[in-house]
Design a protein around this ligand. Structure first.
Ligand code: C2O
Ligand code: CU
Ligand code: CU
Length: 536
């Protein structure tokens, strides 16, 4: 494993050293797709699959009546299996990309948008230059060439725009899609496959009477995060999933800008979790409901075999506390059942999510049993093994790296700082090939300013949560989400509720350079709740 990765790192270093003259020596490697390229394909990188992703402004039919103007990604396979890219019609969603662990992938990103833009591969462990840091944004007419090997295990990952200060708007307009990685261990399991393995991207949007996407990021949305008044599933309104009476694997992604879901089946069935951000967990877990914060993934197992044809079932978001802004400028109003929601509703539907207030009660995914199944799969007792990271292997066992989350004076901060490009402070330098003990602290020791939940994300390799603590003042509201937090398995994003401190172990192997850490409430991110680590 290590030698493979080390040789890959050498390739990467060579890559960055390729000069214009060196590229000219290998004209055969300059693919036609790279016109307007800001970088060139590397002669040393032998891609198994090559794809083109073109970003364009188009009008598509989402509703009856006027078409909706969206920012859409169109994919094309240049080399490798045609199944690598699955374009989706009737939605703003970007194509689903299907990769195998170990594949070498080259992606030509062509930007035909009236704005600069860059794509990031969320959850994938790729070299810094290939990670879609905002500093690599390309202009209209330009192409960025990505090259990386799929080092991650099988799982549900995603990609989205990561453009400086406009990520929220660009993702909202359509620049996001799924990445499904498969590997041998996963394929060997008797889990539902093909049409019984269903991706479910959950997002909220607001449309005006002419079917146009509405977005606003005035102060209120930036502090709370944008909330739409309509749930979209896989980029479609009023979505109903037709199923057979058998078991299914549902891969949920919360692709919303800021909305947090507390998901439960409306017939009282428990929720069975088989996977999280970094793929399958070791064994299935059942819980009354599951929390899903922006950017998080959860894989659900659900068996409809006891249901009769015609039955409908709904995955609902059910009430919880701590979702809306509290304290500071909003005043303390107790839980969500109190004056908070009423007050926000009074400020205008679009700000507050209208009929879908944060922490409210509303349907998310409707399922209808329409057909008798010919076969079924039984839930495996064991899924895939996960090597636990060991506290003793951390370089800083006695001195965890703290990331303090705060919202003060109309800004959202990490350790009191706002995002700035190329602004690495001494505590943001991390040695390569080290394991770090880290902590997100969301007012665990009290503190002033506003208490908001923050879905915290780190780029690069995934991490493992080892401890979650809540301060006494927040225990009551925390109890409304506690049973639905899944900390098992590999994670790249974790929900940090008000008053919480989350301790985790994060490896920084293989790649040097800049890797971001930020809040995945995209309005918070754009407001500056984001920083870079320098791995060296
Ligand atoms: Cu999903 Cu830095 O992002
Ligand atoms: Cu990411
Ligand atoms: Cu946040």
């Amino acid at each position: 494993m290590n030698s493979k990765i080390n040789s890959q790192r050498r390739d990467f270093l060579k890559y960055t050293g390729v000069s214009a003259a060196a590229v000219a020596t290998y004209p055969a490697f300059v693919h036609a797709a790279s016109s307007g390229a800001v970088n060139k394909p590397s002669a040393n990188f032998h891609a198994d699959v090559e794809i083109e992703l073109k970003q364009e402004v188009v009008n598509i039919s989402i509703f009856d009546g006027p078409k909706t103007r969206v920012w859409k990604v169109f994919g094309k396979v240049l080399k490798g299996s045609s199944k690598t890219v699955e374009n989706l019609s009737g939605t703003y969603l970007a194509p689903t990309l299907h990769f195998q662990t170990g594949q070498k992938v080259r992606i030509y990103l062509k930007n035909n948008l009236p704005s600069e833009s860059i794509l990031h591969w969320h959850g994938l462990h790729v070299p810094s230059k290939m990670d879609g840091n905002p500093m690599y944004a390309i202009n209209n007419g330009e192409t960025f060439v990505y090259e990386f090997e799929i080092l991650n295990r099988a799982g549900t990952y995603w990609y989205h725009a990561h453009t400086h200060s406009v990520t929220a708007k660009q993702v909202y307009s359509g620049l996001a899609g799924l990445i499904i990685v498969s590997d041998k261990k996963e394929q060997a399991l008797a889990l539902p496959k093909g049409q019984y393995d269903v991706p479910i991207v959950i997002q909220d949007r607001s449309f005006d009477r002419n079917n146009q996407l509405q977005y606003s990021n005035h102060m209120m949305q930036r502090m709370q995060g944008f909330l739409g008044d309509q749930i979209m599933i896989n980029g479609q309104p009023d979505f109903v999933l037709p199923v057979e009476n058998r078991s299914y694997r549902l891969r949920l992604l919360n692709g919303s800008n800021s909305r947090i879901y507390k998901l439960a089946w409306d017939d009282g069935s428990p929720v069975t979790i088989i996977g999280t951000d970094g793929g399958l967990i070791e064994k299935p877990e059942t819980m009354p409901y599951v929390m899903l914060a922006p950017a998080e993934r959860r894989e659900l197992w659900i068996d409809f075999s006891k249901k009769s044809i015609g039955t409908e079932l709904t995955l609902r978001s059910i009430p919880f506390e701590g979702a809306a802004m509290h304290g500071g400028m909003m005043g303390r109003r107790g839980g969500m059942g109190g004056g908070m929601m009423g007050g926000r509703r009074g400020m205008g539907g679009m700000m507050s999510g209208g009929s879908l207030p944060a922490g409210g009660d509303y349907p998310v995914l409707k399922v209808k049993i329409v057909k008798k199944a010919r076969s079924n799969d039984t839930l495996p007792k064991r899924l895939t093994p996960i090597t636990p990271l060991r506290l003793g292997d951390a370089e800083n066992v006695k001195n965890p790296r703290k990331i303090a989350l705060s919202m003060r004076h109309m800004s959202a901060l990490l350790n009191g700082r706002s995002y700035k490009m190329n602004d690495i402070r001494p505590d943001e330098v991390i040695p390569v090939n080290s394991l770090q003990l880290m902590q997100f602290d969301n007012g665990y020791h009290g503190g002033h300013g506003m208490a908001m939940p923050h879905p915290m994300h780190l780029h690069g390799e995934q991490f493992q949560v080892i401890k979650r603590e809540v301060n006494i003042r927040h225990q009551h509201s925390h109890a409304t989400v506690a049973e639905g937090l899944v900390d098992n398995g590999w994670k790249d994003t974790t929900l940090v509720m008000p008053g919480e401190r989350v301790t985790f172990l994060k490896p920084f192997n293989d790649f040097k350079g800049l890797f971001m850490y930020h809040c995945h409430n995209l309005e918070h991110e754009d407001m500056g709740m984001m920083r870079d680590y320098l791995i060296k």
